[in-house]
Structure formats: C-alpha cells, structure tokens
Design a protein around this ligand. Structure first.
Ligand code: MN
Ligand code: MN
Length: 456
C-alpha cells in the first residue's frame, strides 16, 4: 500500500501541511460541542450559508442553508439541482468528546481545599485524566434567562485546574490495583482553590471561591444546578513528530471528521444531489436525547426543506430518506506498533493510509453494527476512484478483542445506505489523541468526492 505521503508531490505536501495548520487551530478553539457549533456557524455564514429559520420562499439549486439545534447540533445543506425526493448525499459526524462534567452540586470544601465533583462523560481510562492541566468550558444558565459563558484555562495567563494523583512514594497499595480501578470515577475531583475567606465561620475556602465567582461571573452556587461545565485538557493542540506529520490534541474523536466534513460542504457550489453535513452531539453516550443522532430533529429538518420545495407528504419524506446516501464519519483505531496484538494487520488502518472505510463495526460477532451493503460499498469505491482518493479499509480491532459503535445504524434504520468512514487515531479517548495530517487532508478530499460523485 502506498501512503498519501508517498503519492504526494511537493504541492500536495504543502497543501496537507496548510490544511493541518488550519485544522489544528480550529481544534484548539472548539473543545466542546457548543464551541464547535459557534465556530462552525461563523465559518458557514462567512461562506454565504443562511439560517434556515430566516429563509423565505422556495429553495432553489445552489441555495446554502444551515440549522442549529439547542446550540449543540448543526446541520448544513447545499441544495442540489435534483429534487430532494431523489435523496441527499450526507456526511455525518459527532462533535462531543469524552470529558469530565461538573455535577449539579459540584463545589465542596474538604481539609482546607475546595474541590469540584465531576461525573465522567463517555468511555475513558480514568487514570489518564489525573495529574495534568485542565480547563473549564461551558455555560451557566440563570433563572433570569441569561447565560454566562465560561472558559478558564486557555489563555497563557489563565489559571488551570486539575485532579491530583497519589505520589509514587506512597502508592505501594494503589499500584497493586487493576488499571480499571486504580483511579475511581468518584475520585475524579478537581482542585479549584485553597485561600480561606477571613472571618468566615463555615467552609471558608469554599466561601472565598463563591465570592470570586460572584464577582467575576455574577453566578451563585445554586446556578450550577442549571449549568453545563466541561472539564477538558487545557493544552492547545500541537504538531507531533519531529517531521510535524501529525497533530496531537484533545477531541480528534470526532472533531477531525466533523471539521473535514464541514470544510468539504462549505466548498460545494451547485451539486447535482443536495449536499448535507449533520454534526451531532451525545454520540459518546449512545446518541440519545434531543441533540443526539437518534433525535427526530434531522427528519423534521428534511420535512421542512421538502415543504420549501412544495412536497409536504410523508411519501416525499420517505422517498428522500430511502434515496439518500450517507458516510457516517467517525475515527478509526490506527495500528500502533506498541500494541500490535489487538489488530488483524490485513484489516486495520494505518497512519498515512488515507480515509478509512469500516464496512462494519460492532462487537462480539458484529453485534450492533450497520454492516454496509456490498452494492453500496462498490458505489463508494467508484466515487473514491473518480476523486482519486487514497483509502483503506479496517475493522475496529481483531475478532473478539473489543469493538464499538457509531451513528451509522441510526441512519440505516431510516432505510438509507450508510457506511462508516473516518480518520485513524492513536490514543483514542485519551486526553491527547493523535492523527496524521495526510489522513486529515485525504479525509477532507474524500468527503468532497462523496458529495460530488455519489449517485452520479
Ligand atoms: Mn467517535
Ligand atoms: Mn469515541
């Protein structure tokens, strides 16, 4: 297999590096689903996309529209020349990532320190999240209807927070524990302060912190009940490797697929079939809830678009869904020479191998997998050939080693053709994940080819 690097001429290498720089900088600004939606919306508006809610009259070919659901879920469309009932070419990815969320009553004082209690979100190795600088990102929604945005730990002179780990000198007992329990979920408590308020009778360190929060953000302790504060790694993404061929950062899963999919649709002009890019929340906890892929929001959006083309029947909506073609884009596990035993080397992804297609995911005999139709896989291969895209195919690990799922089956349940596609990562779900810049660029090109050539 020739890698993207080996095939690239000097001009392409320079394009790969530039695209990698743009991605790295975007990733550093979007550590939560809300931040991603905000930044993506700004980029879309700069490219001429209009808020669907404000759009009047009939939709015509070349129209660019977007919709936002509860500030966490974004969908972009470029209307095609063919009617929507002929189906869409859809790119889907998720913009939530594993992290620690503050509990609703997070703040407490113990032994002269003030701590913030958390509940982890998504599948993590808990021991990876201690003894490192962390930032607080999110919103505090107050009963007067206002929202206070929080982002602490990103500027060079901001303070950071974090979770302590036991010193090695006193860890003899701890080190005997299995990795799954060496750091327990309930022990993921964030150290947030140590100055006591003079004269306070009860919990003086907590009182000092609450005072600070009131002064700097105008929030009270009770306001945390209606807040969403995510504790995320504080570092900015960095070039990785002495040759700068990779990017290390928090949340490649799945913002690397979301960013590249979004970049692909932002550049569509007047496609044959309508282009769509749906970026969802809650994938890491099962795609549930109003902003997850299982929400009916997506179908209701399509019904609205159809109505704007004069088709209001359920039959039209079903035709649109049945004729749509989708890439469920999510990260794959890149082969890791430190852990070769977890993969079948013939059926796994490699850094530099280009976009990864997973015909199926799942676990224990493909359970829970979408398993794309062979006919559809052939159609996707044809589109990749037309776009001269370097791709590879993969399974998530060797048989019975583990497994996982994506949003693919949810769209499959709507009776559309779906295949899993994405970019390979090292350290998946760790605070710092790694991708190859060649794969990021090739992913972006693959998404363009999919939007352009599928259904031709
Ligand atoms: Mn994912
Ligand atoms: Mn994940």
């Amino acid at each position: 297999m020739k890698t993207v690097w080996e095939k690239a001429d000097a001009k392409t290498i320079s394009a790969i590096m530039t695209f990698g720089d743009e991605y790295r900088s975007f990733l550093g600004k979007t550590k939560t689903e809300r931040e991603f939606v905000k930044e993506a919306r700004a980029l879309a508006e700069a490219k001429g996309f209009k808020d669907l809610a404000a759009k009047k009259g009939k939709l015509k070919a070349g129209d660019k529209v977007y919709a936002v659901n509860r500030n966490k879920n974004l969908c972009l469309f470029v209307i095609g020349k063919k009617p929507l009932t002929d189906g869409l070419n859809i790119l889907g990815a998720h913009i939530d990532s594993p992290r620690l969320d503050l509990k609703q009553h997070p703040i407490y004082e113990k032994d002269g320190l003030v701590l913030l209690d958390t509940h982890y979100y998504g599948g993590i190795k808990k021991y990876q999240w201690v003894a490192r600088p962390m930032a607080l990102h999110g919103v505090v929604c107050k009963t007067d209807g206002t929202t206070v945005e929080i982002c602490i730990g990103e500027k060079a002179d901001d303070p950071v927070v974090g979770i302590s780990d036991l010193l090695i000198h006193l860890a003899a007992e701890q080190m005997k524990k299995p990795a799954s329990t060496v750091v327990e979920g309930e022990a993921l408590n964030v150290l947030a302060g140590s100055i006591p308020m003079k004269g306070a009778e009860k919990d003086p360190v907590k009182a000092y912190l609450l005072d600070l929060l009131k002064e700097q953000y105008d929030i009270e302790e009770d306001d945390f009940v209606s807040a969403e504060i995510e504790v995320v790694p504080a570092e900015a993404p960095r070039d990785y490797g002495l040759d700068r061929s990779m990017v290390l950062g928090y949340g490649h899963d799945d913002r690397v697929c979301a960013y590249t999919s979004m970049r692909a649709i932002l550049e569509m002009k007047k496609p044959e079939r309508t282009s769509c890019c749906i970026l969802v929340d809650k994938e890491e906890i099962g795609s549930v809830g109003a902003t997850g892929m299982q929400s009916r929001w997506f179908e209701s959006l399509l019904a609205k678009l159809l109505a704007m083309q004069g088709s209001e029947s359920m039959v039209a909506l079903n035709d649109c869904l049945n004729n749509s073609k989708m890439l469920s884009s999510d990260v794959s596990a890149a082969f890791d020479p430190n852990y070769p035993e977890v993969n079948d080397p013939k059926n796994c992804a490699y850094f530099g191998g280009g976009i990864v297609f997973n015909k199926y995911t799942g676990a224990r005999g493909k359970s829970g997998s979408n398993d794309a139709n062979a006919e559809y896989v052939a159609e996707v291969r044809r589109a990749m050939q037309k776009g001269d895209i370097t791709f590879q195919t993969s399974e998530l690990g060797a048989v019975d080693v583990g497994g996982g799922g994506t949003i693919a089956y949810i769209l499959g349940n709507l009776n559309m053709d779906v295949i899993d596609a994405g970019i390979a990562v090292h350290n998946m779900h760790a605070p710092s994940e790694i991708v190859s810049k060649a794969d990021v660029y090739e992913g972006y090109r693959a998404y363009q080819a999919f939007l352009t050539y599928m259904g031709e």
